[in-house]
Design a protein around this ligand. Structure first.
Ligand SMILES: [Zn+2]
Length: 77
């Protein structure tokens, strides 16, 4: 018998995310701008993020990751 459930080592994602997409091309500014990453949704399949131009506030893109760590309770099998 194993003493409890194995917890996988958690990647340091918060730090990684900071460098993931620090600049994206903004259609409104017509040049690459630093972006703010905003958590939009937390789904069983992952989290959806929205990237917003930090200069004009225009949405420059969104991204889905497969981080389901918030939904491990649903993966009991
Ligand atoms: Zn912009």
């Amino acid at each position: 018998m194993r003493p409890g459930r194995d917890i996988p080592p958690r990647r340091d994602e918060s730090q990684y995310d900071e460098f993931e997409a620090s600049e994206l091309f903004c259609e409104r500014c017509r040049q690459a701008r630093p972006v703010r990453k905003r958590l939009l949704l937390v789904l069983p399949t992952g989290k959806k993020y929205d990237y917003v131009c930090s200069v004009c506030g225009h949405s420059v893109g969104s991204k889905m990751d497969d981080d389901t760590s918030d939904f491990t309770i649903l993966r009991g099998t």
